[in-house]
Ligand binder design. Structure first.
Ligand SMILES: [Zn+2]
Length: 316
């Protein structure tokens, strides 16, 4: 089977609200398991190799967003083990003073007092045409606001985050623990033979929120910026948020093809089908011990094998 794994950060912080942080210890455990589970190969090899024997696995490791720890922690671990990986970078965040909006959000939300939080949540519920969270339960409110921010354009998102920030009275400045890679770091990463650089849009906007023209412009600009920094051709693209039909659609894959990409990567717990190169599924990896990842991947592989058998049985 062919599998692509999706990591974001190899780092430890007190909070992990989106489950995107994997501790270095767990990452090492994952690699210990993965090297026995199959062969870890580059994205190019995963999509093109035709010598896969029955019962063996090809695995690719990918990282999204371009946080600094990809460079300072993940890359050295991978280099020490001589393992390939791909890094999908948000071009507009390279060397930026700003944190990603979801980190700003996770920072201000717990500091908001009940009354402004209720008034913001009521306003958003009305805009979305949905009922306000029951008793303004914190988790439901968080879910509602996150959904709204994710579906908003940058200007609206900035407006709402600014309102939230004003209510808390804190000054937003970029924290060291949340920065993106600098241009120099991206360049050095791309120079390592076993690493692949990929594009992850210019601003991490869901592609499906953009018009066809805007999607094409974004795909072209992001590719050009990372190529300029790294001096190498960028052929792979990862869709922000990555859920098919929700975050990207057929228009998005057309934009990628027109922009000169050769593959697009999404998020789904599915076996890779090399014929569908513009919606290659990736399995979201969370912070769990190597034994838990082993159990999860083995279970997925069994399910996929059963599905294959079922398909063969029912196909004419
Ligand atoms: Zn992302």
């Amino acid at each position: 089977m062919r599998l692509v794994l999706l990591y974001h950060r190899i780092y430890t912080l007190d909070a992990n609200p989106y489950g995107t942080l994997v501790s270095p210890k767990h990452f090492e455990e994952h690699l210990d398991f993965l090297t026995s589970f199959g062969e870890i190969v580059s994205l190019h090899d995963l999509l093109t190799r035709d010598d896969l024997k029955s019962g063996s696995n090809l695995i690719s490791i990918t990282f999204d967003d371009g946080y600094f720890d990809n460079f300072t922690i993940a890359a050295p671990i991978l280099l020490r083990r001589n393992l390939p990986a791909a890094f999908f970078v948000v071009s507009g965040s390279i060397g930026s003073d700003r944190e990603f909006w979801w980190d700003d959000f996770a920072r201000v939300l717990p500091l908001l007092k009940a009354s402004p939080l209720c008034s913001i949540a009521s306003d958003i519920s009305e805009r979305l045409g949905v009922a306000s969270p029951r008793d303004f339960c914190y988790f439901e409110t968080r879910k509602l606001l996150y959904r709204y921010l994710k579906c908003s354009r940058a200007v609206e998102r900035g407006r709402l985050l600014e309102i939230m920030r004003q209510h808390t009275g804190i000054e937003i400045h970029r924290r060291r623990d949340y920065r993106s890679m600098t241009a120099a770091e991206v360049k050095i990463l791309g120079e390592a033979e076993q690493f692949t650089l990929g594009a992850h849009t210019t601003s991490h906007q869901s592609m499906s929120l953009l018009s066809s023209e805007e999607q094409l412009t974004d795909a072209v600009d992001c590719k050009a910026k990372i190529e300029e920094i790294s001096g190498q051709p960028i052929w792979a693209f990862a869709f922000p948020h990555g859920v098919r039909y929700q975050d990207f659609d057929e228009k998005s894959t057309l934009a990628l093809k027109c922009a000169g990409y050769r593959a697009g990567f999404c998020v789904a717990e599915q076996e890779v089908d090399c014929r569908a190169k513009f919606r290659v599924p990736r399995i979201f990896i969370r912070d769990e011990p190597g034994s838990c990842l082993a159990a999860r991947l083995n279970s997925l592989i069994r399910t996929w094998a059963d599905l294959r058998l079922e398909r063969r049985r029912t196909e004419p």
